[in-house]
Design a binder for this molecule. Sequence first.
Ligand code: PLP
Length: 376
Amino acid sequence: MIYMDNAATTKPCEKAFEKARKFVTEQFYNPSALYEEGYALQSELKKARSALLSKVADETAFELVFTSCGTESDNQAIFSFARRGNAVTTAGEHSAVSAPFIELKNRGVIESRIAPLQKDGRVDIAKLLSLVDQKTSFVSVMHVNNEMGAINDINEIARLVKQKNPRVIFHSDGVQAYGKLPFRLSRDIDLYSVSAHKLGGLKGVGALVKRKSLNLPPYILGGGQETGKRSGTENVFGIKQFEYAAEEKFRHLVEDGKRLEGYREKLCSLLDTEVYTRLSPVDGTPYILTLSAKGLRGEILLHMAHDKGLLIGTGSACSSNAKTRYNRIVLACGYDEKTADGTLRLSFSTDTTEKEIEEAAAILNEIGRDLKRRMA
Ligand code: PLP
């Protein structure tokens, strides 16, 4: 089986898993317990917090709050800070951002403003800025688009937004960027969401990086864990495994990126251009290649690929329950319904091999030509 749906989730890092195992089998205590065994886990959580945070931010200016997933981090940021006037986001956001925006709009809490995308999947910065005014309380722009692979220059966008209105709280969904792009948060970014399972961690572990000076109203109340910012007994094993998996990823981040960029380009060059058109930009993340088999149905190709041992996506796995047939992000980039219907997303991990790339291209060509023939 060739697995190329790593933007949906990646295989957990086994080395990290083994290293963290003792937090299930031996040190399984509640970190809030008052005896030594429990209390000792607080320093393990502190180490994990610091290791994960220092990879992308200055620890004197930022802190990290553990959450249950990227979705919770996004929701926490939005429900905590998009509380008055208008809030601005982009048409490319994952539903973990777009759905809370719709909810707050429906509740009458905010006026929701959506900036359009360019053809390559990046937000149109000039149009985004035109939506920001003195009544804007919150802006959220994703770092790497999970459907198109496009990279938004969030440090620059945050700088321009703050230039227009310095009171704006700026959030970015960094779920597809963390551990995959060389990047550090600038002083203009206030909140940044990450998720463990996109880089070899476990599902159900995430974090919200926040500027220390920002007072975060808690979204989940209870026992006061995470210094009152997010209650609930910490998933010590999941957090430690996340820490160790991230150590592995960040150590080889640049080399991995270059290798995967080469693979992505090779795969693209092997594809039959009579069937496939590339949608994702050349300067996007090396981890995602989005294609369209225009005139064919992506979902059918997905199943045909599966039968041949290749696992791919047609876009966000989280959108698979959506009522609309067409990939909304591809439509938002200005493509027509036929192109959107033929969308396929191939996403790689550091485990992806060149041989798999060649085999994947051969499978895609075979099934694409086959379906095209049958549709003719
Ligand atoms: N944001 C983006 C860009 C994503 O790709 C995903 C997952 O696909 C999420 C948020 C949600 O993360 P999680 O699955 O950890 O809730």
